[in-house]
Design a protein around this ligand. Structure first.
Ligand SMILES: [Zn+2]
Length: 210
């Protein structure tokens, strides 16, 4: 999931106006930023099919640090703790951990059953697999983003926020709808780099808008 994660950032920005906006924005993207970095460093593993651009064809072989409920939760508490020291705000820790945990929960809706619960060997893996139905997943994620933006984003910022969401979701459309016959990001490291770039760019643009 990509733009859908930011729906939860809108809720947290609304509920905790005293925390800088970048904390929830980075928080909801944190697992995928960590994932991109760890795949590039060879610490987590993914395999990308060259013959299909679809999300459901991507095999997330090993990503316990970035995408498990418990281990990633622990890592986000440490990261959020450091943040809260720098910002001098305990609420920032709460917001960061809520944001980061929401990422795993939303990912369980779309991922095939590959998300580890604990993050250790012999673990249980979960995922409802909405990605198997590409068009439904595409519309669900866009609806989630727009609905939460309408409810939680200030009127004056709503249109640019929706425009950013539609733009980035549109860029990601091929992974739901299979518009090309090949995967343009046919290697794990390219795919991880693109994910880093996508989350980094969208967070940065929303930071300017919000
Ligand atoms: Zn993710």
């Amino acid at each position: 999931m990509f733009v859908g994660h930011y729906a939860i950032a809108f809720v947290l920005i609304f509920l905790f106006p005293q925390v800088p906006v970048w904390v929830p924005l980075v928080g909801v993207s944190f697992p995928d930023l960590l994932w991109g970095a760890l795949v590039l460093l060879g610490r987590e593993e993914v395999s990308v099919s060259r013959d299909s651009p679809l999300q459901k064809s991507i095999v997330f072989k090993k990503y316990p640090y970035s995408h498990s409920l418990v281990l990633t939760g622990g890592i986000s508490i440490v990261a959020g703790g450091l943040l809260s020291v720098v910002l001098g705000s305990l609420v920032a820790l709460l917001v960061f951990v809520l944001a980061s945990s929401s990422h795993w929960l939303l990912d369980t809706v779309v991922h095939l059953a590959d998300l580890p619960v604990l993050g250790f060997d012999g673990d249980r893996k979960v995922g409802l697999g909405l990605w198997k139905w590409g068009r439904v997943a595409f519309l669900t994620e866009l609806t989630l983003f727009i609905l939460f933006a309408v409810v939680f984003v200030r009127m004056s910022e709503l249109l640019p926020v929706i425009a950013v969401g539609v733009l980035f979701h549109g860029i990601n459309a091929n992974s739901f709808l299979g518009l090309s016959s090949k995967n343009p990001f046919g290697s794990p490291k390219t795919y991880a780099g693109v994910a880093l770039l996508g989350f980094g760019a969208m967070s940065a643009i929303l930071l300017v808008v919000l």
